[in-house]
Design a protein around this ligand. Structure first.
Ligand SMILES: [Zn+2]
Length: 186
């Protein structure tokens, strides 16, 4: 009896763990194969090489030697602050950065993208994500605007649809920040 209960408990544990893993949201990096990416502040699903550091420390980052970073603006700004102050060295950083912004707020203003370029000297792709990391919209490789993640309704984002087609070749509609919203946020 006890053995049967133990087996049942193990099976339930395993099922729960599997479910949690599949609940994780995908990283969606714009290029393949992916470099060694350190994801800061979020648990995301990705191929080998993607490491999620939810409560990251500079020591962890140094050990990981990431080739790319992904994270919320605040975390990336903190990494940059430490790099510029000479407290943190990331010599392998050479691939594009993913910066996450929150659904419901306007995308990051251009000056944030400019700062990321100044700090890290690599291009940045913005992704709009929900609070538990689900992808809402993303800048594709062409960086001409945002595409909505599958199943997302346009009302979920503070973006406006533009009548152009995306240079990436995707037939998915293209969205950009609402200029009026950006003006009030900026
Ligand atoms: Zn595109």
């Amino acid at each position: 009896m006890e053995q049967a209960l133990e087996a049942l408990r193990k099976a339930l544990d395993l099922a729960q763990r599997r479910r949690r893993q599949s609940d994780r949201h995908a990283i969606r990096y714009p290029f393949y194969p992916l470099p060694r990416v350190a994801v800061l502040g979020l648990e995301l699903e990705g191929p080998a090489g993607v490491r999620c550091l939810v409560d990251w420390t500079p020591e962890e980052l140094v050990r990981l030697r990431p080739q790319a970073l992904a994270g919320w603006w605040n975390d990336l700004a903190e990494v940059a602050r430490r790099v510029l102050a000479g407290e943190l060295e990331l010599p392998d950083l050479q691939f594009p950065i993913l910066v996450f912004s929150r659904a419901g707020s306007a995308p990051l203003p251009p000056r944030c993208h400019d700062l990321l370029w100044e700090w890290f000297r690599v291009p940045t792709f913005e992704q709009i994500r929900g609070s538990d990391g689900e992808l809402i919209a993303f800048e594709c490789a062409a960086r001409a605007g945002f595409h909505l993640a599958p199943g997302v309704e346009a009302e979920a984002v503070s973006l406006v649809r533009v009548p152009e087609s995306c240079p990436c070749g995707s037939s998915a509609p293209l969205y950009r920040a609402d200029a009026a919203l950006r003006a009030t946020a900026g």
